[in-house]
Design a protein around this ligand. Structure first.
Ligand code: HSE
Length: 298
């Protein structure tokens, strides 16, 4: 019997937590259908045409499935069909959704024999194909749901689910292309100690704010002095959206993953809608095509 999986969009980094924090969104989500075959290997079909590769080793879902199949003693293969709602290259974890959804689906077909950290491990093979780096800050929340801290990925994924208070998320995806691999290449490889101190203060503050349901502490901690100053230069309208959203009452926010999407967190839906209006105004003024979403952490 085939299984159907809904794989959510995710926001990685969460401003100060580069490569270590991420959360899942209630929408959009990709739909994947998988079934086991007697023929070993992976066969991929796309229900839409985003020009994604179908050769398994070059496809994020395919690479993750191949890694998982290598760990299975049976001589089986898998057929997967992917319907993408999360646009590739948007910055809300499109590749992670394919990889995470694929391993969750195959695990269900195999009687759920793998643990969640093991699923994260296999899905990271897919993320590596997409971005050249084995980070798990989109993969882990796509698999666990909610907000996750990835304390470490080596020697094996150490994922800590964080119990967050209700939060509304406004996302804008300006239609420009930023490749994660490029957005990683431009980063400084050394961080001055004073920046590192400020950053880990913020990461600790954000984690504590989430766990204690302290919205003011969450808001103060949504600051990134390491990555955002470099990457924000690539995103038109960044400062206008960020500053305007704070004025509209948002707790804060920044670049979603490696961009170009931006996200803002709000305590209530009315504020999240006001933030969406700031985004509309910004990108209409810049005459740039864009999509917005008002959703929640899921
Ligand atoms: N943490 C990763 C990065 C997420 O910012 O490069 C990108 O998907």
């Amino acid at each position: 019997h085939p299984v159907t999986v809904l794989a959510p969009a995710t926001v990685a980094n969460v401003v100060c937590g580069f490569d270590v924090l991420g959360f899942a969104l209630a929408e959009p989500a990709d739909e994947l259908q998988l079934r086991l075959t007697e023929q070993p290997g992976v066969v991929i079909t796309h229900e839409d045409d985003f020009g994604l590769p179908t050769e398994p080793a070059r496809n994020v879902a395919g690479a993750a499935l191949l890694a998982m199949l290598r760990a299975v003693p049976e001589e089986v293969g898998v057929e997967i069909s992917i319907r993408k709602t999360i646009r590739p290259g948007s910055g809300i974890g499109s590749s992670a959704a394919s990889a995470a959804g694929a391993v969750v689906g195959l695990n269900a077909l195999l009687g759920n024999r793998f643990s969640q950290p093991e699923l994260v491990h296999y899905a990271m093979y897919g993320e590596e194909v997409a971005s050249g780096a084995r980070h798990a800050d989109n993969i882990a929340p796509a698999i666990y749901g909610g907000v996750t801290l990835i304390r470490a990925t080596l020697p094996s994924p150490d994922v800590v689910p964080l119990d967050a208070p209700p939060l509304f998320v406004t996302v804008v995806h300006p239609q420009i292309e930023i490749k994660t691999a490029d957005a990683r290449r431009i980063l400084r490889q050394e961080v001055p100690l004073r920046d590192a101190i400020r950053q880990w203060g913020n990461v600790g503050g954000l984690v504590a704010g989430l766990l204690q349901h302290d919205y003011a502490l969450i808001g103060r901690s949504l600051e990134d002095v390491v990555v955002e100053p470099v990457r924000s230069i690539l995103i038109p309208g960044f400062a206008e959206v960020k500053d305007g959203s704070r004025v509209a009452g948002a707790l804060g926010g920044g670049i979603s993953g490696s961009g170009p999407a931006l996200f803002m967190l709000s305590q209530d839906e009315a504020t999240a809608r006001a933030v969406e209006n700031v985004m509309h105004a910004t990108y209409q003024r810049l005459s740039l095509d864009y999509h917005t979403y008002v959703t929640t952490i899921h």
